[in-house]
Design a protein around this ligand. Structure first.
Ligand code: PAN
Ligand code: ZN
Length: 185
């Protein structure tokens, strides 16, 4: 049985005050291939601060994500995006700073895009791939909690892409179809 724990999360940055966190950092090199245009370099696009618990479905994994502002071509910085390896595992996000879009898609290509602003709680049901996009000029910061044994399947998104992209249009962030998307047959 786990011992109860508490953490203090800095809402503007996503920093967590516990030493036993696992930090994942993704650079432009790491995310090359997710944008229409290639991207290279050691600039950090986003960081995830994870408080790991046993990977079982009776526990909840929690983490914060700090997604920096920036663009590759006309696309905003975004996360790699994934399905949960155990497809029916759900997740909630709570945005604490910045402005973004949450792209969600099923394996057949049904797509839902929701806004992320401070205070927004996004519910991601099982079966929906998810990717966050920072459409603002400050870091997009959000807290996430998901079923302990969910796991992450990145390969399907790497192969199929997402049905939509978010690009900087004349009137601001615009959701457009991704012609290179293929449904996961
Ligand atoms: C989030 C994401 C995090 C980074 O914690 O893992 O925002 O995105 P990628 O995992 O797509 O690189 C989550 O959805 N966890 O399940
Ligand atoms: Zn997830």
């Amino acid at each position: 049985m786990l011992t109860p724990f508490a953490a203090n999360i800095e809402l503007l940055t996503g920093s967590i005050d516990l030493p036993e966190q696992r930090v994942v950092s993704r650079t432009l090199d790491d995310v090359n291939g997710i944008f229409e245009t290639g991207c290279h370099g050691s600039e950090v696009v986003y960081e995830v601060f994870n408080l790991d618990v046993p990977e079982i479905n009776s526990e909840l994994q929690t983490c914060t994500t700090r997604l920096y502002p920036g663009r590759v071509g006309d696309e905003y910085y975004m996360t790699k995006g994934h399905f949960h390896e155990v497809r029916n595992r759900s997740e909630i996000y709570l945005t604490t700073s910045g402005v973004g879009r949450l792209l969600m898609a099923t394996s057949s290509g049904e797509t839902v895009v929701h806004e992320m602003t401070p205070g927004t709680m996004n519910y991601i049901p099982g079966g929906w791939a998810h990717r966050s996009v920072n459409v603002g000029s400050e870091p997009l910061v959000f807290f996430a909690a998901y079923v302990g044994d969910a796991g992450h399947d990145y390969a399907t998104i790497e192969k199929c892409g997402f049905p939509v992209r978010v690009v900087a249009g004349e009137d601001g962030p615009t959701v457009v179809a991704n012609p290179r998307y293929v449904a996961d047959a």
